[in-house]
Design a protein around this ligand. Structure first.
Ligand code: AMP
Length: 385
């Protein structure tokens, strides 16, 4: 559970941190006040309510806290993964919204129930503070029908709303808007491809400020090869594997979600691109295979979305891998000669800033924009309360 306290006037982050291993042994909270020392405390967190209590305690603590009391916190913005077709925008959370989020549980069984637990924990501790839900799917609700429909019997869409939804919307929205701002151009007349490459990874096509296609689907399993998720595969593999390995559907889904991606491709070397890069540099064939296949897939999506928008002005890299792994950006861009992409390797080696990494004569602009989902969530929250 990640958190930040943001001053809405200055948009400065006053404190940030995360709670890990909630509900299991060795749970710990990391807390870093702006300009202060980062501290890590191993402390029992049997559930999310206790985790949130510890976060609020850290924020108001007389020594390292950044506010005197909880009254100074004007609102809480929650990242909610799935808003289905119901939520194309962020909303102030009330009982009806809670119910609607719960109704989307089927669509994101790993995420939405956890999001509800987080909201309930905050409501219990801050009953009078307004809460806002910011949906990961909302930004993608502008996709046209031809981009979000699957080639399945239409009745399944009518009955179960089976369609592409897309995720990481807050990040895709933030990064595309920030790219336009950094370039001093209006997003209303731009074609932007955002590659959000983290442990979960997705690409989106943003035309004139609106998402027109994205690589994740009904669930975050579709699209790119990810850290541990398989991304696009032939759906018949599921039946084939079930027979060969004598596994049930739940076991197969665990393989596809947790043991695949670059972890599986590298023959279980690692899902972490730092390890893969290190492996690549020493010529480890498992690392080479994983990195090359991952980058080829990203490049194919860029090609597809260039077609979807009839061109592309700017390609942005973001998230843990996109922001840090220069080698991934280099390999992906090697496929983009047809777009006139030329990379400035000095700029590509820099980190932690909004930066153009293509050369002045590159026909398509390539950028790294560190994502800031927390700030995007804070902005949405301020807008609504
Ligand atoms: P995210 O899901 O956006 O937090 O991204 C997490 C992933 O980013 C990690 O699992 C790593 O694979 C990758 N990552 C983080 N730091 C680096 C780095 N310095 N170099 C390469 N990959 C990194």
């Amino acid at each position: 559970m990640k958190f930040q306290l943001i001053d809405s006037a200055s948009e400065c982050c006053l404190a940030k941190g995360l709670c890990e291993r909630i509900g299991i042994d060795g749970s710990m909270i990391t807390y870093a006040p702006e300009g202060g020392e980062k501290e890590k405390n191993v402390t029992p967190m049997p559930d999310h309510t206790e985790a949130i209590r510890l976060v609020l305690e850290a924020l108001t603590n007389s020594k390292t806290g950044v506010v005197k009391s909880l009254d100074e916190i004007g609102a809480v913005g929650h990242r909610v993964v799935h808003g289905g077709e119901r939520f194309a925008q962020s909303v102030v959370i009330d009982d009806e919204v809670m119910q609607a989020i719960e109704e989307c549980n089927d669509l994101a069984p790993l995420h939405n129930p956890a999001n509800l637990i987080g909201i309930n924990a905050c409501k219990a501790l801050m009953p009078d503070t307004p809460m806002v839900a910011v949906f990961d799917t909302a930004f993608h609700q502008t996709m046209p029908e031809e981009a979000y429909m699957y080639g399945l019997p239409y009745e399944y869409y009518k009955k179960y709303k089976i369609r592409r939804y897309g995720f990481h919307g807050t990040s895709h929205s933030y990064v595309s808007n920030r790219a336009a701002q950094v370039l001093g151009r209006s997003i209303e007349t731009m074609k932007i491809i955002v590659c959000h490459l983290g442990n979960g990874a997705s690409v989106s096509a943003v035309k004139d400020g609106k998402c027109v296609d994205t690589s994740m689907g009904l669930t975050p399993l579709q699209g790119l090869i990810m850290g541990t998720r398989c991304g696009d595969i032939d759906p018949a593999i599921i039946e084939f594997l079930a027979h060969k390995e004598n596994k049930g559907i739940d076991e197969i889904m665990t393989v596809l979600n947790k043991q695949s991606g670059v972890l599986g491709l590298s023959d279980h070397l690692s899902s972490d691109f730092r390890d893969l890069e290190e492996g690549y540099n020493r010529g480890d064939e498992n690392a080479v295979r994983a990195l090359k296949t991952f980058c080829y897939n990203v490049a194919k999506y860029i090609g597809a979305y260039t077609a979807a928008m009839n061109g592309v002005d700017v390609i942005c890299f973001t998230a843990g891998v996109g922001e840090n792994a220069a080698i991934v950006r280099t390999f992906v861009c090697e496929y983009l000669g047809y777009l006139g992409v030329k990379i400035d390797q000095e700029a590509n080696g820099r980190r932690g800033e909004d930066i153009v990494i293509s050369t002045a004569d590159s026909r398509t602009v390539v950028m790294v924009i560190p994502t800031n989902e927390e700030l995007a969530i804070a902005r949405e929250t301020v807008k609504l309360v």
